[in-house]
Each structure stands twice: as C-alpha cells, then as structure tokens.
Design a protein around this ligand. Structure first.
Ligand code: PLP
Length: 356
C-alpha cells in the first residue's frame, strides 16, 4: 500500500516523476541506454540541464544578470561557499539567526569574515520570525532562511533592505511566486521541494562575484561553474534529471501560483484541525507558521508514542519531530496530495475523541 509520506527530506515526489525516473534508469529517451550510463557532455544530457535551467529562469522570471547553477554538496556546502565567494576577510555580512540551519550558516561565515547577527529568535527557541530589525547599509549581504524546516516557521515577506539578499530556500523553493530578482543569491538542496538528494540549485547574480581578493579553488568558485555551464566536473546526472522532471511537473500543474494555492489549502486544513483540537498544541507563532512544515506537541507528552503508533498503523510516515525540537512535525511539500493531509486530519480528530 502507498504510504502517506510526511517526511521532512528527502520527501514526497510526484508519482509520475517517480515513474519517469524509473523508466529512464532502464531506457533513457528510447536510446537503449540508462540515464546512469550516458556521458554528462553528450547532447542528451546537455538538453536535460538546459531544460532544467530554462524552467528555473521561467519560474523565477530572472533577468540577464542571474545565472542558474546545479552544484553538489547540499545546502550545507553553500553555508561555506557563499561567504567563501562573497565575503572578504575584513568585510561584514548580516545574518538572521532563526533556526538550526541559519545558525549553521552563521558558524561557517565566521570562518571567512565578520558576521553581524541582525535578527535572532533564539530567545523563544526560534518559534517566531523577527519583524523589527535593521541591517547596516554597509553589510556585504543579508543571509536568511526563507523556511525553517526544523522549527516550522516561514518568512511570509521578503526582508526590507537595500543590501544584497542571500537566501537558503531549501525547504520552500518553488512553493510560491516571489520577486526572485530581489535576491543576489539563492540556494536550495533539491530533496525537499524539487527532486532527489544530490543536487543543489544555486541562482547567483553575476555582479556580486569577483568583489573579493581571496583565491578560490575552481570547484568552489561560482565564476568557474558559470563559465563551465555547471559541467566543470561530472555533475550528479541522475539527480539533475529528477529535478528537471519535477520542474516540468510543476509547470504542467500550473506553476508557482498553483503550488502556492495547493500549499495554502493543505496548510489551512491542517492548522484549522490542529487549532480545533485541545489535545494538540501548536509550537510557533500563528502569523509565522510554515506552509511546508507544521510543528506541534501533544498536550500530554505520554500520548506521543500512542499517536505515532496510530499514524504508523494508518500508513502515515515521517511525523516525528526533529530531535532538537521534539514533538511532532508534518511536512507538506509541493508533491503532497491533499488526500494525505485529509487522512491525517481525520486521524487526529479520531485520536482526540478516543483520548480526550
Ligand atoms: C535540509 C536543509 C538544509 C541541509 O541540506 P543538505 O542538503 O542536507 O545539506 C539546509 N537548509 C535548509 C533550510 C534545509 O531544509
């Protein structure tokens, strides 16, 4: 039986993307070869990466100055690669400390230059998004995490600043239309909203590059990846193919506006159910709730195991919270069918009646 997949990442993918990926492993484009067997410099693969790039540019409506790259090492590598490329030894970058991932990015940036934490939600265990803060106008850039996967908060507006914006969009990329041209650099691991693990999307404004003196190894230098068209060395061919299929699926379903519409329907249903049942306690501030990852506790912690057992028996996986937050977490990414959220909400109502 098909599971209801609430995993936080790697996570649910569209069924047709899985079918097409499986077919391509056996016989890619009727070539009599597997996607795993073709060279990355063949026209077959160049067509794949070019299509993926075009779809990203189309969704983001990017201007000429933005380049689209497909890199390796996950979003975690970007915590290092961003300051390595953009932040000089004596320069200062502004960072928002709003969760576990942002904190890791801050730690890495300190290896390369000065870090000014301009907004933090640490005082309340990262359960809200800071609203009032100022970014010094001479900061090299402002880094923030658009969606805090672990804590369950999401920025519903873009921070108001004149310095270049750098965003980790790993867990809400392509879940809503945004003014992407306002960003100097965007990165996202593919395994939450846009494909399989192994590839990281990086969108970078060319005018931000080449502004520091540091020597950078080509494999970590955005400029050399741009010049090589993301083919500096062997890229993760299969992961890029799955990402391309997922981007195609997003377009076919109606693009980012449709993804946002679906995310709102799913999240409204889930949070309304959560708020209506006193047995469950939401964790984050209402106005900052993530449409992708919902975190909550059971009022009586002792019931947690019983609830998770009930989920398991009903084919619902991935609901246990991250070890740093505890409690429960429900991830509802782009490919999450509404029917899975409906099934979970019914289960919560049933559980509340039988344990209330
Ligand atoms: C999952 C996640 C990461 C880490 O991604 P890796 O690909 O494992 O390096 C970083 N940032 C955010 C917001 C995430 O959700």
């Amino acid at each position: 039986m098909q599971k209801h997949n609430f995993n936080s990442g790697p996570s649910v993918l569209p069924q047709e993307v899985l079918t097409q990926s499986a077919e391509a492993i056996l016989n890619f484009n009727n070539l009599g070869l597997s996607i795993l067997e073709i060279g990355h410099r063949t026209s077959w693969f160049v067509d794949v990466i070019e299509e993926a790039k075009l779809l990203v540019k189309e969704f983001m409506q990017l201007g000429e100055d933005h380049e689209v790259l497909f890199l390796q090492g996950g979003a975690t590598t970007q915590f290092m690669q961003v300051p390595l490329n953009l932040l000089g030894d004596t320069e200062t970058a502004a960072y928002c400390d709003n969760g576990i991932w942002g904190s890791k990015a801050i730690k890495e940036a300190k290896l390369f230059g000065n870090v000014n934490v301009v907004a933090s939600s640490k005082d309340k265990k990262h359960s809200y998004i800071p609203k009032e803060f100022t970014v010094p106008t001479d900061a090299k850039y402002l880094h923030y995490t658009t969606n805090n996967t672990v804590e369950g908060t999401e920025w519903h507006t873009i921070p108001d600043t004149t310095v270049p914006l750098v965003a980790d969009m790993s867990s809400d990329i392509f879940s809503r239309p945004m003014d992407f041209n306002r960003f100097g650099l965007i990165y996202a691991g593919a395994q939450k909203n846009m494909g399989a693990a192994g590839v990281t999307l990086v969108v970078v404004k060319k005018s931000l590059l080449g502004t520091i003196n540091r020597k950078i190894s080509p494999i970590l230098d955005y400029q050399s990846h741009i010049e090589a068209n993301s083919l500096l060395n062997t890229p993760p061919v299969f992961a890029i193919y799955v990402a391309m299929l997922t981007l195609r699926w997003i377009k076919k379903e109606g693009g980012l506006a449709e993804m946002e519409k679906r995310a709102k329907v799913r999240a409204n249903l889930f949070y309304n159910t959560l708020d209506s049942l006193p047995l469950f306690t939401p964790i984050v501030a209402k106005e900052d709730r993530s449409l992708m990852n919902a975190t909550f506790f059971l009022k009586d912690e002792a019931l947690e195991t019983a609830f998770l057992d009930e989920c398991k028996q009903n084919g619902m996986v991935g609901i246990k919270g991250h070890r740093s937050v505890g409690g429960l977490r429900v991830s509802m990414y782009n490919a999450m069918p509404l029917s899975s959220v409906e099934a979970l909400c019914s289960l919560m109502q049933y559980f509340a009646i039988s344990h209330g």
